[in-house]
Design a protein around this ligand. Structure first.
Ligand code: FES
Length: 153
């Protein structure tokens, strides 16, 4: 076997390995996207008598103040860790210590710079339940200087 044939075999193997890796990564990315889309369509229902203040439910928490209920993601906006409760109206991320105001999701202490993402939360008057979807409310998850309101329908 001459040296030139060996080199072309090596090049061919590198090409196949590169294409295989690319295909694997593309499939992985598409599966993640599809799962995220499915998750955003799922409805989580809660009775009308949600306690005042912070109520944790894994991937999100509900914040009730009077008759208003807001939903926020519990994914830290710094590096994606799950946040927990630190005080009555304060949430803390255990990874790097960011603190967030529960009522608005605004960061009170870094390293997180962005507020927690506000999620779709509506009142279903037919069933007398609060309905939460893991769908981010566009334009509501940044500092906008306005009070974040739950939507009743
Ligand atoms: S991931 Fe939350 S502070 Fe870094």
């Amino acid at each position: 076997m001459d040296k030139q044939t060996l080199l072309s075999r090596n090049s061919f193997l590198k090409l196949i390995t590169g294409l295989g890796t690319g295909l694997f990564l593309w499939t992985w990315y598409r599966l993640g996207e599809s799962q995220e889309l499915q998750e955003s369509q799922v409805e989580f229902r809660h009775s009308v008598d949600i306690p005042l203040g912070v109520n944790h439910f894994g991937k999100y928490y509900l914040y009730r103040k009077g008759d208003t209920v807001l939903a926020f993601s519990t994914t830290c906006t710094h590096a994606g860790c799950r946040i927990g409760k630190a005080g009555n109206d304060i949430l803390r991320c255990g990874c790097h210590g960011s603190r967030f105001e529960a009522a608005t999701g605004k960061p009170m202490q870094g390293p997180a710079l962005h507020p927690l993402q506000q999620l779709d939360c509506r009142f279903d008057s037919n069933n007398n339940q609060w309905v939460v979807k893991l769908q981010v409310l566009k334009g509501k998850n940044r500092y906008d200087g306005k009070e974040h309101e739950g939507v009743k329908f």
